[in-house]
Design a protein around this ligand. Structure first.
Ligand SMILES: N[C@@H](CCC(=O)N[C@@H](CS)C(=O)NCC(=O)O)C(=O)O
Length: 208
């Protein structure tokens, strides 16, 4: 199998399983025991010097950073379907909101939850209220980020929002909750949950 995901079900790698299920290519999950520090082994540091998961390898390609993995998979295996083509005007919104998740939602929600002190004009994630308004605006065009059309941007953006809602790290505005429910109904996400649960069971990990 060419695609290998270095995985732990209690990490961002769990959302990568959803991406892979949406793409529909065969893949191997390689369990990394975070508790035992296996992500800091020489083998994995050679793949990701950050010493973090997820890591995806595909033949000679190595990709880290969750959003980059998503965009890589969509361009490589679902170009024109999960990834709008480069000459499709929807590509702009697709990239915009896929990058917004790790650049703004993640640090913005963590800053709020952790009571960080920062200058809104200097911090890339800016004001919390503006972030919430931007998420509402991204969700105002239809069921998905690109309106009626589901794309890999929903897996990145929606995966982040689902995580933040699940851990009560973001205000559960009605449009956020309704979007998360639409995503939860996707068969690929449900298959991913089954695979993540199977790894939890194999490894004797308690659900969180
Ligand atoms: N920016 C990275 C974050 C990766 C990350 O923080 N991974 C966590 C698990 S969700 C990790 O490996 N933590 C272990 C550690 O840092 O020791 C991404 O989006 O993939």
């Amino acid at each position: 199998m060419s695609i290998v995901l270095y995985h732990h079900p209690f990490s961002r790698a769990a959302n990568m399983v959803w991406m892979l299920e949406e793409v529909g290519e065969p893949y191997e999950l390689r369990y990394v025991d975070l508790g035992a520090g296996a992500h800091k082994s020489a083998e994995l540091l050679a793949l990701n010097p950050m010493g973090k998961l997820p890591i995806l390898t595909d033949g000679e390609a190595t990709v880290t950073e969750s959003a980059a993995i998503a965009l890589y998979l969509a361009d490589r295996y679902s170009y024109g379907t999960l990834a709008p083509r480069v000459d499709d005007p929807a590509r702009g919104a697709y990239l915009r909101w896929a990058f917004f998740a790790p650049s703004v939602i993640e640090p913005g929600a963590m800053a709020k939850a952790g009571g960080w002190t920062f200058r809104e004009g200097a911090a890339g994630w800016g004001s919390h209220d503006a972030m919430l308004a931007s998420i509402e605006s991204a969700l105002s065009h239809g069921d998905f980020i690109l309106g009626d059309r589901f794309s890999m941007a929903d897996v990145v953006f929606g995966g982040t929002l689902r995580y933040m809602l699940g851990f009560k790290m973001i205000e559960p505005r009605p449009s956020f909750v309704a979007y998360a429910e639409r995503l939860a109904a996707r068969p690929a996400l449900q298959r991913a949950e089954v695979r993540n649960a199977a790894v939890r069971e194999e490894q004797g990990l308690k659900p969180r």
